[in-house]
Every structure is written in C-alpha cells, then in structure tokens.
Write a protein that binds this ligand. Structure first.
Ligand code: UN1
Length: 488
C-alpha cells in the first residue's frame, strides 16, 4: 500500500535540495508498508556544500544582536505552535509515539525555542572586581563557530530544538544530521526556521546515513559536536572529537530506576511508574526501565501495576484511544525481543507482556506488549543493558538501604524516581541516588526547558543541556581585563 508520502530533501544554504545519496524510505512503524517520506539522502557533496555555507554565514549571524537572533527563534516557535496538530500526527505516524504525545512534542519544541528566543533579556556574562585599581574584569560569551548536531529518533523535533535553539541563539551556525528513521519531522523543524526568516546557511539539515555523521564529525570546518543517542555511538564520536581537539557534548544511555518505598502512595506510584515505563513505548533515555520495590508493598504494587500494564491499549499511534504505539523499527523490535528472550533464559519471570503480536491487526507492525519481568538475585543482562523499549525489570529490596544500593547499581546515572511520603527518605534519596535528574513522587522521564538536563556517571559527556546550562557548551568565554586608557 503506497499512500501519499512526502519527498525527502535536505535544506542547505537556504534551499531545499535533492540529495545525491541513495534513496531512503521512512515508514510508519505501526504499518511498515505505509511510506511516510521517501527520497535520495544527502551525500558527501551536500555535506561539503553545507559546511561551506555554514562557515560563510556564521560571522554575519553572530554579528546580529542577541535579541535579533532570539526574534527568529520566537517566530519559529510560533510556526511550530500553529502546525502542532498536523505535525504531531505526522510525528506519531513516523516515529510511533501516540498522537497526543506527538502533538505535545511539537508544542514542547515551540516552548524550548520560545525560552531561547528570550535569551537576549537575560544576563549575558559576568563582571568581577579586580585586585588592581581602576580595572574591571569581564567575562564575555562568544559562539564556537559551526556546530554539528546529531539527533536521535525518539524525540524527532524536541531534542533537535533543544540543541539547535541554543546553538543558534548564541551565534553559531549549524550542520544537522537527524536519525534516518525520522526525516520528515526534521524537515518540519527546518521549514519552521525557514519560515521564521533564518538567514541562508545558518541552519543546514543534512538527511543522510551514519557515514554522513562520521564525515561531519571529521570535517575540519566543524568546531563542536552535540549528540544524543546510544552509548556506543556517543563514545565513538567523543573519541573522534577529542582526536580533532573539538568539544563534544554527548547525551547517552540510561537504565533509570524507580524506587517505591513501603510508605508510598501506591495509586500515585503505580500510575507514575506506568507512564515512566511505557509512554513513548519506553523509548526515552529517561524511561523507567528498572523498578525497585521494598518488600512490604511489593506484592500489592506488582499486582496493580501488572493489571494496568495488561489493560493498556496498544495500537496505531494515530488513533485517539491508543495508549502505546509500536517501537520504531524492525531492528529495534529484534533487539528488544532478543533482550526479553535472554532475560527469560537467565531466569527472569515474565509478569506482564513479554511478547510481540503474531496475529491480528498488530502483527504487521513493530509492536511489543508492555512487559514487566521480575528478576532474581543473579546478574542478569536486563538489569544492566539499556533495551530502549517497553520492558521493565523488577527487583525487591529488604529495606531503603538496599533499595538505594540497587538503584545505584548501574554504570548509567541519567534519572531516577523515588516514591515516598517520608521527607527524610526523600532527602536521603537526594543525597544517595547518583543521577543527573531525580524525581520525587513523579515518573523518571520529563525535562523542563529552563533547567539543566543530563546524566551523571556514564550517561553523559560534557556540559549539561537546556536552560542556562546549554550556554556552557555552545559558547566559550573571553575574560577581559578592562582598564581605561589613562594611568591611575
Ligand atoms: C524527556 O524525558 O522528556 O533521548 C526527555 C532522550 C532524552 C530526552 C528525554 N535525551 O530520551
């Protein structure tokens, strides 16, 4: 079945261009025979053109007032807002999260651009006293130059907005390579910036394969790289960046725990863990993929959670009543299914889901049932490895001490959630859980645009994202020792 689909193009030097690479096809993961977008990818020739355009455009862009750059972002935000319904449905069709989440994500991208659109109204540097009479010391902020942006499939418009927004507002030009599975939503964001009057060459969208990403990282005209995606790729990019001596910001894996203590409000905790584990089909780096329950509530909690997980309506993400869509691709389906089978082989007990759909309307899509698996005491892979799907691994703890120890038992440290009504325990969690983001009595996912986002331990490299934290990565400082021209 070939319905009407969008033509894939790249956006280079202010023009939409048809690439010279091989044809890429973006399909709907709920019905892979449905093509969402198709067309030739960009090749090395387009990357070369984009890098030259970005270099040429960057000084003029940086010379505008911060307020003028911000105004472009604010106008792009308005374009996103006015297209949120239509583009949100496209997002659901292309990526597989529900329509409500898709629309919400386009609106979130607008909110992020509005935040950075107002950057001109905030403090833009610092001034220190000098130990020498008649002198002041200023710390000013300057753009890095051309920033390479590499984004994942799972937030096809919000993550690009939270990287491209600050990159641009601080005066950088951008080369952007989105994940190959979501070219349509990338084109929508570029379209919004184009409609907002962004000067040609300042943002260049290169729809290409991972080879283009590698070439971008290696291109001497690129001054910094910001990346979100898998740990393996992030480390490879960070190594390549280090070899070239350029800064790399990498937001990588998570294996985020929700800890529910005996005194928690069970209804609240069940509802939040369900959202954390299964919203966006578990495909968030902040998703809840581990659950630690203290013994007193473990049985009650698991029976209520399992009942709610089994009742989730899994289906076509563009339908109104769907609560969970498919995973993004055949290869994700394969990896997650293999992870579930391995967990079973290693002794895990499946207490919800644990399967795909061999029959019925879901059989042709990449659907996996909401899955909850209780682990024993051994070192199972499901406790350690990020599966990036709707799979929750559960362990029991004798007391709070053990619960915190289990929550910290990961090389990752992106986010965690703690459920308790006891302020003392909540404060202990703040001190003891080694994560970049901690939710007290709410799900492990979610990120507001004005506060730092990023992980501890091996979840992230380089400065945090979002809010003022983003300035640390997208600018460098010049410390100015400032005296008048006359001797004092
Ligand atoms: C969220 O929790 O809403 O790739 C955002 C990711 C994260 C973003 C999470 N960088 O899933």
């Amino acid at each position: 079945m070939l319905l009407e689909y969008s033509q894939i193009q790249s956006f280079i030097d202010g023009r939409w261009v048809t690439g010279t690479g091989s044809v890429v096809t973006s399909v709907c993961p709920a019905a892979p025979d449905r093509v969402v977008a198709q067309g030739p990818a960009a090749g090395l020739a387009e990357l070369d053109e984009a890098a030259a355009a970005a270099r040429a455009a960057q000084p003029r862009w940086a010379a505008l007032a911060l307020h003028e750059r911000g105004a472009v972002l604010s106008r792009a935000a308005a374009v996103l807002d006015s297209n949120a319904q239509a583009w949100g449905v496209e997002l659901a069709a292309e990526e597989g999260k529900t329509k409500a989440e898709g629309i919400g994500e386009v609106q979130r991208a607008a909110q992020i651009l509005r935040y950075y659109g107002n950057e001109g109204d905030r403090q833009s540097g610092e001034m220190f006293s000098s130990p020498r009479r008649g002198e002041h010391i200023l710390v000013t902020r300057k753009p890095l130059g051309v920033v390479g942006v590499i984004t994942p499939f799972n937030f096809p418009i919000a993550i690009p907005a939270w990287k491209i927004g600050p990159a641009l507002v601080y005066g950088n030009a951008v080369l952007w390579k989105p994940a190959g599975t979501v070219p349509l939503l990338a084109m929508r964001l570029a379209q919004a910036f184009d409609a907002a009057g962004l000067p040609a060459g300042v943002l260049n969208l290169i729809v290409g394969d991972s080879g283009i990403g590698d070439a971008m990282v290696g291109d001497t005209r690129v001054d910094a790289i910001t990346f979100t995606g898998s740990t393996g790729v992030g480390r490879r990019i960070a190594a390549a960046g280090a070899a070239r001596g350029i800064p790399v910001q990498a937001e990588m894996g998570g294996k985020n725990a929700a800890v529910v203590l005996d005194d928690a409000d069970i209804d609240l905790a069940v509802a939040q863990v369900l959202l954390g584990a299964f919203r966006s089909t578990g495909q968030k780096c902040t998703a809840t993929s581990r659950l630690v329950l203290t013994e007193g509530i473990a049985d009650t909690f698991l029976s209520r959670l399992t009942e709610r997980a089994d009742a989730l309506i899994v289906g076509d993400p563009t339908m109104d009543d769907t609560q969970m869509g498919p995973v993004v691709s055949e290869s994700a389906f394969g990896t997650i299914s293999a992870g579930i089978s391995r967990a079973v082989a290693q002794g895990a007990t499946t207490i919800a889901g644990g399967h795909g759909y061999a029959e019925g309307p879901l059989a042709t899509g990449y659907f996996i049932a909401p899955t909850i698996m209780e682990l024993g005491t051994g070192a199972e892979d499901l406790w350690i490895e990020e599966l990036f799907g709707p799979v929750l691994a559960v362990r029991r703890a004798a007391d709070t001490e053990e619960a915190f120890r289990l929550a910290n038992d990961s090389e990752f440290g992106l986010s965690a959630a703690i459920f308790t009504k006891d302020l003392t325990q909540a404060l202990r969690a703040v001190d003891h859980l080694d994560v970049g983001i901690l939710h007290v009595n709410s799900e492990s996912a979610g990120a507001d645009p004005h506060v730092p986002f990023g992980g501890a331990k091996k979840s992230g490299l380089g400065p945090k994202e979002q809010g003022r934290a983003a300035r640390e990565f997208f600018t460098h400082t010049t410390t100015v020792y400032l005296r008048g021209g006359e001797a004092v």
